[in-house]
Ligand binder design. Structure first.
Ligand SMILES: Nc1ncnc2c1ncn2[C@@H]1O[C@H](COP(=O)(O)OP(=O)(O)OP(=O)(O)O)[C@@H](O)[C@H]1O
Length: 248
């Protein structure tokens, strides 16, 4: 059984009698532990798809099964519980509260989950350590760089214990070097078993994943494993590291 299973999913937005079809008849299975990139032109339906997978939006038709449970017609309370515990989001513009410290930003979902103070402290310290910003924990989110903000957002996803991380253009607001560092973090998280689904407009970013889905006009145009050439590239890169050379 796939962890994420979309069967004949369609989505239409209706505003002021205008109907906009966003997704048409999507069939998709994603197994636990996969790392998937989604690409497609602007307006092709990528964010709509991610929002349905992340229980932020409901489909107009079709069924969405998460771990075998049909969530398509689930009540908001139950969806919000799944969002909080199983699925975390990382956004292009970070979605942090600027006036809160880094520690407090990571802490918020844990308070919502009623995690005790001692356990919260442990989870937050270990998540901040995993993304390399433990020393910044008392700084306000407004006073750190874009790359550091995205690390906070990833730490928040790690700390809340989600096993699925959905990332919508996570490197879109970052320079290419910082973007690569963020993608290395996602690669590590995937190696630890997290399921990652990531939207990007950048083919190089997409190639960090193991599978690439292309969307066009609300339909899946292609769904393929990332090619061996790229694996050869990453093997070369890791060989560089293994021999203690500068791997660039
Ligand atoms: N809340 C909404 N109300 C009405 N139409 C919407 C809404 N959100 C998205 N749409 C429309 O649905 C279609 C798919 O939008 P979506 O945001 O999923 O595309 P996208 O591929 O993520 O685009 P981008 O790359 O520009 O972010 C577009 O035609 C868009 O205009």
């Amino acid at each position: 059984m796939a962890m994420i299973e979309l069967n004949h999913i369609s989505k239409e937005y209706r505003t002021d009698n205008i109907v906009t079809p966003a997704l048409s008849n999507i069939d998709l299975k994603i197994e636990q532990g996969e790392f998937v990139s989604i690409m497609g032109a602007s307006g092709s339906g990528k964010t709509t798809l991610l929002n349905i997978v992340g229980c932020m939006d409901a489909p107009t038709a079709g069924t969405y099964l998460f771990d075998g449970k049909d969530l398509s017609r689930e009540k908001e309370n139950n969806l919000s519980a799944i969002r909080g515990k199983r699925i975390a989001f990382v956004f292009q513009h970070f979605a942090l509260i600027g006036d809160y410290t880094i520690f407090e930003n990571v802490e918020m979902p844990l308070i919502k989950q009623s995690v005790s103070k001692t356990v919260r402290q442990q989870k937050i310290q270990s998540a901040l350590e995993a993304v390399g910003i433990k020393s910044l924990s008392k700084k306000k989110a407004a006073h750190i760089s874009g790359g550091q903000k995205q690390r906070v957002a990833i730490a928040r996803a790690i700390a809340c214990g989600a096993d699925v991380i959905l990332a919508d253009e996570p490197t879109g607001a970052l320079d290419s070097k910082t973007g690569k560092e963020i993608m290395e973090l996602f690669t590590n998280l995937n190696a630890e078993g997290k399921t990652i689904i990531l939207i990007t407009h950048d083919r190089k970013i997409a190639e960090y994943a193991k599978r690439l889905i292309t969307i066009q006009d609300g339909r899946i145009l292609s769904d393929e494993a990332i090619s061996k050439n790229n694996l050869a590239f990453s093997c070369t890169k890791y060989a560089f590291y293994a021999y203690g050379l500068q791997g660039k």
